[in-house]
Design a binder for this molecule. Structure first.
Ligand SMILES: [Zn+2]
Length: 71
């Protein structure tokens, strides 16, 4: 069985894979514990990134509230 690489799974997750590629990948993930595990790890990374992004967004929101803007 051919396994997916981190890069390929990343493409799948980001919806950048072709439709046929996505179908093949999703059916593979249902059967393959190894690739599912990698996918889980990628999703963990995602949570971290999402957390970082929300921190940045919060910082931006706070900067925008500053009364410096008079227009
Ligand atoms: Zn696999």
């Amino acid at each position: 069985m051919k396994h997916y690489t981190h890069e390929e799974l990343e493409l799948y997750r980001n919806g950048k894979m072709s439709v046929l590629g996505r179908i093949a990948c999703s059916s593979h993930l249902q059967k393959c514990a190894k690739c599912s595990k990698i996918m889980e790890e990628l999703q963990e990374d995602d949570k971290l990134i999402a957390h970082l992004r929300s921190s940045i967004q919060l910082y931006r929101d706070l900067s925008e509230i500053e009364p410096a803007k008079t227009s």
